[in-house]
Design a protein around this ligand. Structure first.
Ligand SMILES: [Zn+2]
Length: 146
């Protein structure tokens, strides 16, 4: 637990939040400020109760529980809110220092969707890596070509 961490305060009950899911190691809450567009209602934040900066700092069991919770909350959002898209976003900018995963339901017409569409259009213009570039990175990661 970190004194100044918003998520730790929620875990400890020092801050109120709308809990969507909870188990012994994971909590999911409604996000008070949806990404980019208030029409994206039902955005949730799923996070481990343990204060870790990155999800890969969790042990395998804690990590499995975190992603099982992400799946449960995602299914709940899809069934109850029926968004056109549901983005799963792991970056950790919202609350630096405490790992979290955003589930972002969207209408397909929100500012979030427009940003992703613009990003996709840019991606289409980028040429794929050359075979040489692929071999270089594959060597670094120990990847094999199948
Ligand atoms: Zn924390």
């Amino acid at each position: 637990m970190e004194e100044e961490c918003v998520f730790c305060k929620i875990v400890e009950g020092k801050l109120k939040a709308w809990k969507v899911y909870e188990d012994d190691s994971t909590l999911a809450i409604l996000d008070i400020k949806p990404v980019m567009d208030a029409r994206n209602i039902g955005q949730c934040v799923v996070f481990p109760k343990k204060h870790v900066s990155k999800y890969y700092e969790l042990d395998d069991e804690e990590l499995a529980k975190l992603f099982k919770a992400v799946k449960r909350v995602a299914i709940k959002i899809l069934e109850k809110l029926k968004p056109k898209y549901l983005t799963t976003f792991v970056r950790g900018m919202r609350v630096p220092g405490h790992a979290h995963i955003l589930l972002i339901p969207s209408t397909g017409e929100s500012a979030w969707d427009m940003m992703l569409e613009a990003s996709y259009l840019c991606w289409l213009k980028i040429p794929p890596l050359s075979e040489e570039e692929m071999e270089k990175v594959a060597k670094l990661l120990g990847a094999t070509k199948t």
